[in-house]
Design a binder for this molecule. Structure first.
Ligand code: GRG
Length: 296
């Protein structure tokens, strides 16, 4: 666990530095840049970019070659949180322990900062300085995969299903579909990008897809559980909000204890998928366990 803590801290630090440098070099100083920096520096866990780097390492790739791809995933994630918090969507006032972006600035700024983060992600992914390297030959396939995951049959569809189902009960399969899209898709795309650009074999790709699909769903189950029993101070946001909004969550359909058992089962499946991987995949194993043991 201490090893994992150190690993996560080291990766968070290089990711934060890279994002900081890119945003300040490539954006014009002003309100939108300040707004992006506000959300990006609010203390996110960087799970998606770390998964991307760890997947590359697990298959023998060099994480430094794909740091920009990992960081692009975090920008897409941050945009999704900013837009999710807007009054037109979840209307949340607190995120990562701080006022949400539209509260701190204003709604128009939050919409535009989210749009800018999403756009910059693809500016990074298609940046000729990285495409020139042999190490990034799979980038076009990765971009296609990310757009599919983040787009209107992936994360956006998950968000739509989430909004339209508020107030009426979904069955377990419908909830799984919703969350595989809303939360799982970006996590799966992060692992896919790291694995492909890290040079994974077809067999490794299959195993890592299976790993990612299970941790992606487990991440959401854990998030739903935290919304019931989490500590709002540690989480930096309110709890009990899903029940208040009559949201479809795993605890609301299966109960709390069953949801906890289900999350563990998903993580066991994820670990099983990569059981033949060598020591280089230790961070992936640690992150899988961290996903259900985290308190924020
Ligand atoms: C607005 C297109 C659009 C999509 C929004 C991701 C999403 C879809 C909504 C977020 C709602 C939510 C709380 C989902 C639960 C899982 C999740 C994505 C939690 C937040 O991710 P963390 O825990 O956050 O990785 P940090 O702050 O650590 O980055």
């Amino acid at each position: 666990m201490n090893d994992l803590k150190a690993y996560l801290a080291a990766k968070q630090s290089i990711i934060n530095q890279w994002i900081d440098a890119y945003i300040s070099q490539k954006s014009r100083a002003g309100q939108i840049t300040r707004a992006m920096q506000y959300s990006l520096s609010a203390g996110g866990k960087r799970v998606r970019p770390i998964l991307c780097l760890a997947a590359a390492e697990a298959v023998g790739g060099n994480p430094n070659d794909i740091l920009h791809v990992a960081c692009a995933m975090e920008l897409i994630h941050t945009y999704s949180l900013i837009h999710d918090d807007l009054p037109a969507m979840d209307d949340d006032a607190l995120r990562r322990g701080k006022p949400t972006l539209h509260i701190q600035f204003d709604e128009a700024t939050a919409v535009l900062a989210g749009d800018a983060l999403l756009t910059i992600a693809f500016q990074i992914l298609s940046d000729p300085q990285y495409l020139a390297s042999d190490k990034n030959q799979g980038t076009l396939e990765v971009i296609h995969n990310i757009t599919t995951a983040a787009g209107c049959i992936g994360m956006i569809d998950g968000q739509v299903l989430d909004m339209v189902s508020e107030g009426h009960k979904l069955n377990l399969n419908e909830i799984k579909t919703l969350h595989k899209k809303k939360t799982g898709a970006l996590i799966e795309a992060s692992v896919f990008a790291g694995a492909l650009l890290g040079g994974a074999s077809d067999q490794e790709m299959l195993a890592l897809n299976e790993y990612a699909s299970n941790i992606g769903l487990a991440f959401q189950v854990a998030d739903d559980i935290l919304n019931v029993i989490g500590n709002p101070t540690k989480m930096g946001k309110a709890v009990g909000t899903d029940a208040d909004r009559d949201k479809n969550t795993f605890p609301s359909v299966m109960g709390l204890a069953e949801s906890q058992a289900y999350a563990r089962q998903l993580i066991e499946k994820a670990l099983h998928a990569i059981k033949s991987f060598d020591k280089k995949s230790e961070p992936l194993r640690g992150i899988a366990l961290y996903i259900i043991e985290r308190n924020s």
